[in-house]
Design a protein around this ligand. Structure first.
Ligand code: AMP
Ligand code: MG
Length: 388
């Protein structure tokens, strides 16, 4: 049995070979850049107005209006002291503009413009290059593209980006007792929910599952299923059958498929019987079947590898420290990831911490880490991993 840190270290240290592809701007959300993006021009590329109002030359309270510049006009005007032009947001300011005054603070009499107060030099002008300078690195390789990132890249005039391909994920659930939701449930059976939860957890971080299989607790069937799944997967995630029960065939089936164990069993709760292996450049996680264990292990262990395999700089869930909202004692003899809810910057450790209990996770938004047999008092700071 290894510690949580050791397990995470083994995942982090895996050598991976990444492939790249060119994607359209509109189709690159959540992908990570495989090369730096540089600004090919200053941003903004010309001095422009931040307001609808008047571009002014000189500091005064009265100006003579000589024309108008709208957004998109080339703005080839030159102002002289005491002159102004009507201007609109985003329009290029004329040569010699001292400041722009918003129209709400002005009044007009024919071509004469009166200000409530004198402008300050540079007021309401967005200066050329104030956001970015030409040739500046805007995003580094490994940046995971967000909606705002797409906006930024588009505003640089770029319509195609080179990104790392995302890993192909295949999923196998095992268990004789499992019935697909929507079907009648014979006595002694339960509904198969892990494949849905795991696939959805991946989706939330931009990773989709390519293929899902449900297999009985039958050694040969599991062995064949793993073999087939590994043909297309970069990462194969199994759920169930990895513990020490008589029907837990997954580990042996992986071995017989040439998958090399990287670790098996982590000193933690939930998720002790967690398995991680690799076969050449394909990776395998076998997660315990208990719904909360499998999902918890996905967030803590699988997600970091998914980020790594997609070339992202992200290393896992975002972690923050928050005070707990109540006294709590971790009675487990193992370090624990506890289902919790963060509200108003306070962590509430929820009822229903059993490995099979997923309701608390569904109602919460974080996993709180506590060392084994550790009491915490209201107000003590705890490490919280945010889940979305
Ligand atoms: P196992 O890891 O196969 O020993 O399963 C541990 C527990 O998780 C058992 O109570 C299983 O019935 C349950 N379980 C296993 N797989 C799933 C699944 N895909 N969906 C929901 N529960 C599961
Ligand atoms: Mg089972």
């Amino acid at each position: 049995m290894i510690t949580i840190e050791e397990a995470l270290g083994i995942i982090k240290d895996q050598e991976v070979s990444l492939k790249t592809e060119i994607r359209n701007l509109s189709d690159c959300l959540g992908f990570s850049l495989s090369e730096d993006i540089l600004a090919s021009f200053d941003m903004p590329s010309f001095d422009n107005s931040a307001m609808d109002g008047y571009a002014l030359c000189g500091i005064s309270k009265e100006y003579h209006i000589i024309g108008e510049v709208a957004a998109g006009d080339s703005g080839e005007l030159t102002l002289k002291e005491g002159e102004a032009v009507r201007i609109f947001t985003g329009a290029k300011v004329p040569e010699n503009t001292t400041a722009v005054m918003m129209q709400e603070k002005t009044s007009l009499s024919g071509k004469q413009l009166f200000l409530e107060q004198e402008p300050k030099k540079g007021q309401s002008i967005r200066k050329k290059g104030e956001e970015l300078k030409k040739n500046q690195v805007v995003f580094e390789k490994g940046y995971t593209i967000t909606p705002a990132g797409i906006g930024m890249i588009g505003s640089l005039g770029i319509d195609k980006v080179e990104v790392f391909k995302k890993p192909v994920i295949n999923l196998i659930t095992t268990g004789n007792e499992l019935v697909k939701p929507g079907n009648p449930k014979p006595e002694g059976h339960i509904y198969e929910s892990n494949s849905y939860a795991l696939a959805a957890a991946g989706e939330n971080y931009g990773f989709s599952c390519q293929d899902k299989k449900q297999i009985e607790d039958d050694f040969e069937a599991i062995k064949t299923g793993i073999k087939k799944s590994l043909e297309t997967a970069d990462i194969l995630i199994l759920s169930g059958g990895i513990s020490v029960g008589d029907y837990d065939f997954v580990k042996q089936a992986l071995e017989e498929n040439g998958v090399e164990e990287q670790f098996y069993k982590v000193f933690q709760k939930p998720g002790k019987p967690l398995y991680f292996g690799r076969k050449e450049d394909k990776f395998v996680f076998a997660l315990p079947g208990n719904p909360a264990s499998s999902l918890s292990c996905f967030y803590i262990y699988v997600l970091p590898l998914l980020f790594k395999l997609s070339g992202s700089k992200k290393s896992g869930l975002e972690a923050y420290s928050f005070p707990v909202s109540h006294n709590y004692e971790n009675k487990s003899d193992r370090p624990s990831f506890l289902k919790a809810k963060i509200t108003n910057a306070k962590a509430e450790i929820l009822d229903g911490q059993g490995s099979s209990m997923i309701l608390s996770m569904a109602l919460g938004n974080a996993l709180v880490f506590l060392e084994a047999e550790t009491p915490v008092k209201k107000g003590d700071t705890v490490k919280c991993f945010l889940i979305s």
